[in-house]
Write a protein that binds this ligand. Structure first.
Ligand SMILES: [Zn+2]
Ligand SMILES: [Zn+2]
Length: 157
């Protein structure tokens, strides 16, 4: 196993043919889903091994379906564990696009321009809260990091 290495990030239009075949070989169709029959890291992250190279299966699925290079973490939006069906997958960019659409449709909010702290672009980080206020994931993340830090400091004191 020591020979196994992780593949460089797969780019759109550059998936090796034997990887495509190996990927398709491990799909199991259940209803509208395509469940992963291959290896899964921690039981939740589908991975593909071809010639001792490790490929994240959802990334392969994304590139084959969308023809674009995914941004950030890819999740199965259908909530079905190990589903790697292209149309069911979301990445950072598509999830943010959904937030922008949701804010506009449900709350009439246009997510654009700087957040309340002026630190982030709402087009990239904004979301509409259920009460119609605008939130910022960038600020949320910064706050979460700070909170955790304070907590650690308190526990070691
Ligand atoms: Zn699915
Ligand atoms: Zn912000």
């Amino acid at each position: 196993m020591s020979r196994v290495r992780t593949a460089p990030a797969i780019q759109a239009g550059a998936v090796p043919t034997d990887v495509i075949w190996a990927f398709r070989d491990r799909l199991h169709r259940v209803g509208e889903h395509r469940l992963w029959q291959g290896t899964a890291d921690k039981g939740t992250t589908p991975v593909l091994y071809v010639d001792y190279v490790r490929y994240p299966a959802r990334r392969v699925a994304w590139v084959l379906h969308h023809g674009t290079t995914p941004v950030g973490l890819i999740k199965a939006d259908c909530g079905t564990p190990l589903c790697v069906h292209g149309p069911h997958l979301t990445d950072e960019r598509s999830r943010q696009a959904d937030q922008v659409r949701y804010a506009a449709t449900i709350h009439g909010i246009t997510l654009a321009g700087p957040c309340a702290n002026g630190a982030h672009d709402l087009a990239d980080y904004g979301y509409a809260r259920t009460d119609g206020d605008v939130g910022c994931r960038g600020c949320d993340n910064a706050r979460r990091r700070t909170t955790r830090h304070d907590h650690e400091g308190a526990s070691t004191a």
